[in-house]
Design a protein around this ligand. Structure first.
Ligand code: BG6
Length: 292
């Protein structure tokens, strides 16, 4: 079925339907807000109080972080500017859309570089593949972070376990020393409190075993010498695990009070350090979201 376009609260949304699966993507932030598989699983969480009118980054779905994760550059908003600007639709096929954002549209004084972002959303019956490319189209190298801030619909966080974190190092952003590296010992991690961790160098597959389904999030990164190159070089990526829990959820107007009970963010990214991208070069961060 061809991709359709609707307008909601003044914002354009693209709807991709393929073999019984359905995804929705706003041009605002290139934010995917829905993915339902052909077998009827809804894998993405979106807050009931999320702003969908372009006044704020969408609280839920897959917001895109760039060029900073958190707020190391104080003059720029937390998580950068990609998630709260309107992207362009560069192309569509029957089962995908490709959106772009570049420095002719959005710049920031605190980060004055020539960049191009490309985000391709591809739908399969039981999978959503989102490929995020950061390209340096200028003549100076630039430092950046990027991340797919994926909000998963886990149904019931008390019955959810995360598998695939064991033996990895992580930064604990809830601790008093956010720079010290911790070691994950849990084979099957339960989330029962405010959690905000950066698993450093953890790419590949993380399984989120929920009461009614198991969601698989695969993150992988690679480096391209040019966008047209025939081969890329795999790179280590990171995975962020976040649930704000009750008090922090209540503190966010666009996070519905009970929402923390049914969501968990598993976020593939390049965020544990700034990456330097030379002119002409490209880094790719792809997420494959599925259910087993
Ligand atoms: C996570 C960060 O990725 O995003 C958290 O690790 C942060 O520290 C969270 O609180 C939400 O950020 P924001 O800007 O969307 O409220």
């Amino acid at each position: 079925m061809p991709v359709s376009e609707v307008e909601e609260n003044g914002q354009k949304k693209l709807i991709i339907e393929k073999d019984g699966a359905k995804a929705e993507v706003f041009l605002f932030g290139a934010t995917v807000t829905k993915f339902e598989t052909a077998s009827g699983h809804s894998l993405i969480w979106c807050s009931k109080t999320a702003k969908l009118d372009g006044t704020k980054a969408i609280r839920g779905g897959i917001p895109l972080v760039f060029p900073q994760f958190g707020q190391p550059i104080k003059e720029m908003a937390q998580h950068g500017f990609a998630r709260n600007n309107v992207w362009s639709c560069a192309s569509k096929t029957d089962d995908s859309v490709t959106l772009t954002l570049d420095n002719t549209k959005v710049t920031h004084d605190a980060w004055p570089f020539a960049y191009k972002l490309t985000f391709k959303v591809s739908v399969e019956a039981e999978k959503l593949v989102t490929s995020y490319y950061v390209q340096n189209i200028g003549s100076d190298s630039f430092p950046f972070h990027c991340l797919q801030h994926t909000y998963l619909n886990v149904g019931d966080i008390t019955g959810t376990k995360v598998i695939g974190l064991k033996s990895n190092r992580f930064l604990d952003k809830t601790s008093s020393d956010v720079t010290s590296l911790n070691f994950e010992t849990s084979e099957s991690a339960e989330i029962s409190a405010f959690t905000d961790r950066v698993y450093v160098g953890l790419g590949g597959e993380v399984k989120v075993v929920c009461p009614s389904k198991t969601i698989v999030v695969e993150g992988r990164a690679s480096y391209w010498s040019t966008l047209e190159a025939s081969e890329s070089v795999p790179m280590a990526s990171d995975t962020v695990v976040w649930n704000p829990w009750e008090a922090n959820a209540r503190g966010m107007a666009d996070f519905d009070d009970e929402g923390y009970k049914e969501m968990l963010c598993i976020e593939p990214g390049l965020v544990s350090a700034f990456h330097k991208l030379e002119p002409g070069k490209v880094m790719e961060l792809t997420q494959v979201l599925g259910v087993i």
